[in-house]
Design a protein around this ligand. Sequence first.
Ligand SMILES: [Zn+2]
Length: 222
Amino acid sequence: MTGKSEALLAAQRFWNLLGRPDEFRDAAPGWEPAMRNLMDDAGFDLSGVREFLKWCLKVNDFSAKYLREARDPMACLRKNQGSLLKRFNAYEASKPAAVVPLNPAAMEPWDGHTKHQIAVVWGYCFYYAGTCKGTDDLWYREHVHDEAFFKKKFPEMLAKVPPKWRAPKKHVPDPACLKCGGTGRTLDVEHDYHGRKGFDLQRHVGCPCGKDVLMTREELLQ
Ligand SMILES: [Zn+2]
């Protein structure tokens, strides 16, 4: 049984997706019971019904048109629910699986390759690729999107990295550092006793907190 508030939220979403028509502004909260029935019939939770409504009004031009032209959009949606669901399910089933972003930094070394080699290949062939100072070869970046393919192409990519190549890095201070407050600069006091009676010399120095990270393409291109 769908909760009251979820059905109401879905009804409001439906009105939004219809283009927030003024003539249904007051009617939309009254769509809640019908929306609850729709959700129960289809087995939708709130995120599921949101996807369905989005498909009905943003993806499927045909239903978008007749729902927007309907004298009672909620009744129209209920009436066509069966055929819409059938097509929506087919659409969902044919969608490619979500792509897990490739993250070589998290990969365990394989076939005798080292973590260092993985980082160098990643830096050169993906991160640094296409920058003015780096390689122009964008092929790997554009085509290697999963671990299996990355591993297959790895020896080839490794051979492309120039000897002694190092990816440019920048230092990023720790945002939680208490000493510099995340600025990376701290005001230290130095004592200078050169001839004088001794005075304190204050100067900004780099804070040792934080870590080095690879620079982004945009930073490299600046
Ligand atoms: Zn610090």
